[in-house]
Design a protein around this ligand. Structure first.
Ligand code: BG6
Length: 489
């Protein structure tokens, strides 16, 4: 991406004392400031409903920085410089009367970035209130996920926002798109001619996408239980990864060229019929187990839980894409809470050679695979077969990786957090890494039919022990097709 000149702006952060803002957004802004990527006149308005002395709330934010910025990256002088950009304003976001005070604080000459780190139900109200005090004109709005819980509710939110803001000023966050290694998928696929000729059903047998988390619900039971893993992770992060792997080459790097190609993939996702559902989709829910050597409670025993929920904390599914490039190439997706490790990984399995000339017993050696590790240990490895060395070995093959580890290669560079990149791109007015309205809606449409299908079946999620790789049925889902989850694990 070309370096652009920094412009000053006012960033109004709605929900500034919430978990996301304290854990992710302020630390990301602080890091941008330290990297010299915030214009000296950029101001940050921390907006929340909490009463009391503004100074007390600013102290909460400063404390959060000390907690969430790695100690080696904290610096008192920089912290003070950053805090000097901030002011706190108490406001009820749905109260139109609160907005003139906000307007007074906004510099009328620079763009306003309104970041909504609040429930989506208030997005429309905030937009209307911003417009009523004349703040809509030069404003970009940033919408956090989840935007709705199905197609109809996401449309309602998007339509309310669209009443005030045209699509080219709406930035919908999927923080996976801001991850350095996710952006690398674009570079890997489209800067190298090597892969593109192989990137289709002639050469690829199947694709796996795993996003495993070690954490459980972490005090978010109320939200999570309404959502479940399919809405929380598949509808957005995993489908975005799938799109970046499956899309055709865009004609350029502009936001709309990339998003047009992603939409084509989403439109080509094959529905899973009620008859196929039992074979192609597995829902799981963790029960008590051991993670990192410590006993952990089951989902139904988490803080604030009820004991009868059948919300899934794990999903594995087989997805088929109906187009020329991917016909007959299944994409196996799986994601879950309380897995043995935090791991986001994509594995592209290439087909075996059409004619095999080596000893038959060597056929089972691991063949060509491209493993893209998104987190942790970010890197890429290409599994290849070579001849084993030694006079006594004949034409004995061995399987080994050609490795590119990002941390070894770029040892001195810290990998920026996704939110640093995303905030920077909003300030630059670049929508590349944000999700367009039609992308979200196609993704919901496809997920809605899955949810409706399993609701009709009425089956409870399958239990799996916390600290395991999910229910056995998830293994059966892929072995049924004669395959295994890579390296499992
Ligand atoms: C969020 C989900 O979008 O992504 C969380 O709501 C999940 O449930 C998180 O834990 C995972 O993000 P990351 O960056 O830690 O992989």
């Amino acid at each position: 991406m070309t370096a652009l000149k920094l412009e000053p702006c006012t960033l109004a952060l709605f929900g500034a004392l919430g978990d996301l803002a304290l854990r992710k957004l302020f630390p990301a802004l602080y890091q941008l400031d330290c990297a010299g990527l915030l214009h000296e006149n950029t101001r940050i308005l921390a907006l929340a409903r909490d009463d009391g002395e503004p100074q007390r709330h600013l102290t909460t934010i400063a404390r959060a920085l000390c907690l969430h910025v790695p100690p080696a990256e904290q610096d008192t002088a920089r912290l003070e410089r950053f805090m000097a950009r901030l002011s706190y304003l108490r406001m009820d976001f749905l109260d139109a009367e609160a907005y003139p005070a906000l307007a007074e604080q906004v510099d009328g000459h620079t763009p306003l970035i309104a970041y909504f780190a609040t429930p989506a139900a208030v997005y429309g109200g905030i937009c209307a209130n911003l417009a009523a005090v004349g703040l809509a004109e030069r404003t970009r709005v940033v919408l956090e996920k989840p935007i709705g819980h199905d197609l109809a509710s996401s449309r309602a939110v998007n339509d309310a926002v669209a009443q005030v803001f045209p699509e080219n000023r709406v930035y919908r966050i999927d923080h996976y798109l801001g991850k350095e290694t996710v952006q690398n998928l674009i570079a890997l696929r489209f800067a190298n001619s090597l892969f593109e000729t192989q990137w289709n059903q002639n050469h690829i047998s199947h694709v796996e996408i795993t996003v495993a988390e070690k954490v459980g619900i972490e005090g978010r039971w109320g939200y999570f239980d309404q959502a479940g893993q399919l809405r929380d992770m598949i509808q957005n992060h995993l489908l975005q990864l799938l799109c970046l792997i499956a899309m055709d080459p865009p004609s350029d790097l502009s936001a709309d060229s990339i998003r047009d190609e992603k939409v084509k993939v989403l439109k080509a996702l094959q529905p899973i019929s009620a008859e196929q559902l039992g074979q192609r989709l597995v829902r799981g829910q963790y029960v008590a187990g051991v993670c990192d050597g410590k006993p952990v409670p089951g989902y139904l025993e988490e803080e604030n839980s009820n004991t009868r929920s059948d919300t899934e904390t794990f999903v594995a599914l087989r997805v088929d894409i109906g187009n020329w490039r991917w016909a007959g190439v299944p994409f196996y997706l799986r994601t879950g809470k309380r897995m043995p490790q935090k791991l986001s990984q994509i594995v592209i399995h290439f087909k075996a050679p059409p004619h095999y000339i080596f000893a038959p017993e060597q056929r089972q050696l691991i063949g060509n695979k491209l493993v893209i590790r998104l987190q942790p240990d970010e890197g890429i490895s290409l599994q290849v077969l070579t001849k084993d060395q030694g006079l006594d070995k004949g034409m004995q093959l061995r399987s080994g990786p050609l490795q590119l580890s990002f941390s070894d290669t770029y040892r001195s560079e810290r990998i920026p957090d996704a939110y640093e990149r995303l905030l920077l791109e909003v300030m630059r007015g670049n929508q590349n890494l944000f999700v367009r309205k039609d992308e979200i809606e196609h993704a919901w449409q496809w997920c809605d039919q899955l949810i409706a299908g399993w609701q009709r079946l009425g089956e409870a999620p399958k239990p799996y022990t916390a600290g395991s790789w999910g229910p056995m049925a998830a293994v059966a889902l892929i072995t049924r097709d004669g395959r295994n989850w890579y390296g499992d694990l």
